[in-house]
Design a protein around this ligand. Structure first.
Ligand code: TYM
Length: 332
């Protein structure tokens, strides 16, 4: 029987997720479920410990992230929602693939370079081999499509390279995955410094919208967004990064193309752009926030979802790992 195509993606349970996470990834995770795919969505807590974590906070945020994914519309009866550490095959495949990854490749990873600067007191080997764990997440499920934001492109490329290298050495073990990066919203920029990616680790909270921000904060942050002095609303990320970022966000939430959004704002001022963008975001996030708050009180249900998810994920992951062990000669 032909399998449906497989989707896999993951999110770290660190900090409070932002509009960037939502627009670049989570929203699409939910939308893609309606198509002809089998979806695996994963809270990547093994990745999170590449920077220092408080154990109790990590446990809590992992469960909060499960609630968030459900609130974003992940349907646990059709998609597999699980926690990475529950499926030990991720760590096991990582070891094997570490032996098929060159240090030269890992040295080129911009996220490693950025994080090494930010966490200069903890440049650990896990931070360095982070992309190999991510490749294992993807390859274990024979994933065809990986919905992520543009910042993960380099990690996807190395996952493909590792898969191709392994397949060439041992015969086909892995599907070669493609990225799914949205055209508008693949890289949501900071509202205060639109040359930087919107990030939850931004020390200035006005730079990012947290998915759980209340409506008054969301409106306030959009009103303070940095634009330019030209006064005309059109999309030009180089010359007008602030305005282009707002237009891209608006177009996603208003269900328009960017040119349609430009036409919508023709002749209007930046005040309109900011307020209408805020209103569109607030309207979309309100039901999500409500569901999230309700789910937080339902820990028993959340635990049921991830227990079932882990069992389903393990069934698929174990097949791939067994094949890899056989191909490498580890199955004596
Ligand atoms: P993480 O946890 O940093 O972010 C989760 C997702 O959100 C996207 N994203 C953004 N998209 C657009 N604009 C932004 N400003 C923005 N900020 C974050 C990220 O691209 C990501 O898709 N390494 C991954 C997690 C991971 C993973 C995987 C992803 C681990 N294993 C396997 C896919 C497949 C990460 O740290 O994402």
């Amino acid at each position: 029987m032909a399998h449906k195509k497989t989707i896999l993606s993951g999110i770290q349970p660190s900090g409070s997720p932002t509009l960037g996470n939502y627009v670049g990834a989570l929203r699409n995770w939910s939308l893609l479920q309606q198509e002809d795919y089998e979806c695996f969505y994963c809270v990547v807590n093994l990745h999170a410990i590449t920077v220092k974590q408080d154990p109790e906070a990590l446990r809590r945020r992992t469960m909060d992230t499960v609630a968030l994914l459900l609130a974003c519309g992940i349907n646990p009866s059709t998609s597999t929602l699980f926690v990475q550490s529950h499926v030990t095959e991720h760590a096991e495949l990582t070891w094997v693939l570490n032996c098929y990854t060159y240090m030269g490749e890992l040295n080129r990873m911009t996220q490693f370079k950025d994080k090494s600067v930010k966490h200069a007191d903890n440049i650990n080997a896990g931070l360095y081999t982070y992309p190999v764990l991510m490749a294992s997440d993807i390859l274990l499920y024979q994933s065809h499509l990986v919905p992520v934001g543009a910042d993960q492109k380099q990690h996807l490329e190395i996952a493909r390279d590792i898969a191709i290298r392994f397949n060439n050495a041992h015969g086909d073990a892995f599907v070669i995955p493609d990225g799914y990066i949205p055209k508008a919203g693949g890289r949501v920029m900071s509202l205060q410094d639109p040359s930087q990616k919107m990030s939850k680790s931004d020390p200035n909270p006005n730079g990012y919208i947290a998915i759980m921000d209340d409506p008054a904060d969301i409106l306030k942050k959009f009103k303070r967004a940095v634009t330019d002095s030209e006064g005309s609303i059109h999309f030009d990320p180089q010359a007008k990064p602030g305005v282009s970022n707002l237009l891209a966000i608006y177009s996603v939430f208003a269900n328009m193309t960017v040119p349609e959004a430009e036409a919508h704002f023709a002749g209007k001022g930046y005040g309109h752009l900011k307020t209408e963008t805020a209103e569109a975001v607030i309207a979309d996030l309100a039901p999500l926030q409500q569901t999230y708050n309700k789910l937080l009180a339902e820990e028993g249900y959340l635990r049921e979802v991830i227990a079932k998810g882990a069992a389903q994920a393990r069934a698929r992951a174990a097949q791939t790992l067994a094949d890899v062990y056989h191909k490498v000669g580890l199955d004596v």
